[in-house]
Design a protein around this ligand. Structure first.
Ligand SMILES: [Ca+2]
Ligand SMILES: [Ca+2]
Length: 306
């Protein structure tokens, strides 16, 4: 009887230890928080030719931020754990090119990374390029930190993307907290385009613990070598994020002649209608044509008379 009890207790202890062993060690605070340097507004190219540009400085990407909310229309991705877990695969609906490979589906981790293998990518962010213990070295780090998905991670594919051009998939982290004291939900998203452009958008970046990316990695990494040597980092362990920030990463195929992201040129090329107070936009085009014709006529008369 006593022996049975001892065996039962040992079994419970072993089980408890095994369950505990499955979870990652979780420091409530990150010793590297705030140790990074503030990012430049543009960066790259990396070895593959990716460059990035944000909307914070006047370098042609000022109109980049266009928040797309898909909480009412997107599909919530089921995670195996809302704190330290992952979910997928989710289909893009098109071939998404990333560092020279095409991907038809993706996975998301609760801790802010997007990638292409069926496995968990953990909470301990590494500055890029860098080797991590999870074994997933090719990934997109939208906000890689110890997060808790209090709301959901949504995804939605658009044949005509609401921002930029062509097809895209929006992956929105909705209502996420920083582990270790965060209480206010944050929202940010990655928009992945069929031409390989990756747009990060941050609507809210403070939850009450390690705010604004202070303990997070933001960037993209390739993995043709071990340890990885190819990556393009925006920020690492520095409070570089703020509401309204947009960062576009573009491979060579998605850059214009000046080496800027094509998505910025497209945003800047959007014509501003001739502004006449009180007259609808449609009428302004007619008025503009009429005024131009009038000016041309006047020039013709002037030339005849001279
Ligand atoms: Ca977490
Ligand atoms: Ca961290």
């Amino acid at each position: 009887m006593v022996l049975k009890r001892v065996i039962a207790m040992m079994a419970v202890l072993v089980l408890a230890f095994a369950v505990q062993g499955m979870a990652e060690d979780k420091p409530a605070t990150d010793p590297y928080a705030g140790t990074g340097t503030m990012p430049r507004s543009s960066g790259g190219p990396d070895d593959f030719g990716y460059i990035y540009q944000d909307n914070a400085a006047g370098e042609g990407c000022e109109d980049l931020y266009n928040w797309v909310d898909i909480t009412g229309t997107g599909t919530a991705i089921t995670l195996d754990d809302n704190d330290d877990g992952y979910g997928g695969p989710v289909s893009f609906g098109f071939a998404f090119p990333f560092y020279g490979n095409d991907y038809n589906e993706f996975y998301v981790a609760s801790n802010g990374t997007i990638y292409f293998v069926d496995d968990y990518n953990g909470l301990t962010n590494i500055c890029l390029p860098g080797n991590n213990s999870y074994g997933i070295q090719r990934f997109i780090a939208l906000h890689w930190d110890d997060l808790i998905v209090d709301g959901a991670i949504y995804s939605q594919t658009f044949t005509a993307c609401p921002v930029g051009q062509g097809q895209c998939t929006v992956i929105q982290y909705h209502d996420v907290l920083r582990y270790g004291g965060g209480t206010t939900g944050m929202d940010f998203e990655a928009v992945l385009f069929e031409d390989g452009t990756i747009l990060f958008q941050y609507q809210s970046t403070a939850s009450g613990a390690h705010d604004n990316g202070e303990s997070a990695t933001v960037g993209i990494q390739d993995t043709d070598t071990t340890p990885p040597t190819n990556a393009l980092q925006y920020s690492c362990n520095v409070a570089a994020l703020s509401p309204g920030l947009a960062v576009a990463f573009a491979p060579p195929a998605a850059q214009d002649a000046n080496g800027n992201p094509l998505i910025c040129s497209a945003a800047a090329a959007t014509p501003t209608p001739f502004a006449v107070p009180g007259i609808p936009t449609q009428s302004r085009t007619g008025i503009t044509v009429f005024l131009l014709a009038l000016a041309a006529g006047a020039l013709l008369v002037l030339r005849r008379n001279s």
